[in-house]
Design a binder for this molecule. Structure first.
Ligand SMILES: [Zn+2]
Length: 108
């Protein structure tokens, strides 16, 4: 009868494997490294940063007397409120910042 504890969980099982683990830990260790090839489908959220450069009619409220931009935050908010001015444009330069799995849609 075995009197040695499992090296993984400390439990003293009736039978200790030669790697000094109990049956439960041995199975978990086996499953941890086991792989099964599957087709996995999942939606991802991709965040990219890109540069857009366009000619557009900027409201004069954001400019000073010399016609220079003075209110960058105001113009930024205005651009976000007027997506139709630029939303469909493809940025000349684009870089992926992050990709994140939203959920698992299917796996088989
Ligand atoms: Zn164990």
């Amino acid at each position: 009868m075995n009197t040695e504890p499992c090296v993984e969980c400390g439990f003293v099982p009736e039978l200790l494997d030669e790697d000094l683990t109990c049956a439960f830990c041995r199975l978990n260790l086996y499953l941890k490294d086991a792989l099964m090839n599957m087709t996995v489908r999942f939606p991802v959220e991709i965040v990219t940063h890109g540069d857009i450069e366009i000619d557009l009619d900027v409201p004069e409220e954001f400019l000073d007397e010399d016609g220079e931009l003075r209110d960058e935050d105001g113009l930024r908010d205005w651009l976000n409120d007027n997506e139709d001015e630029w939303y469909e444009l493809v940025p000349a330069f684009e870089e992926i910042q992050s990709k994140e799995v939203i959920e698992i849609a299917n796996a088989y």
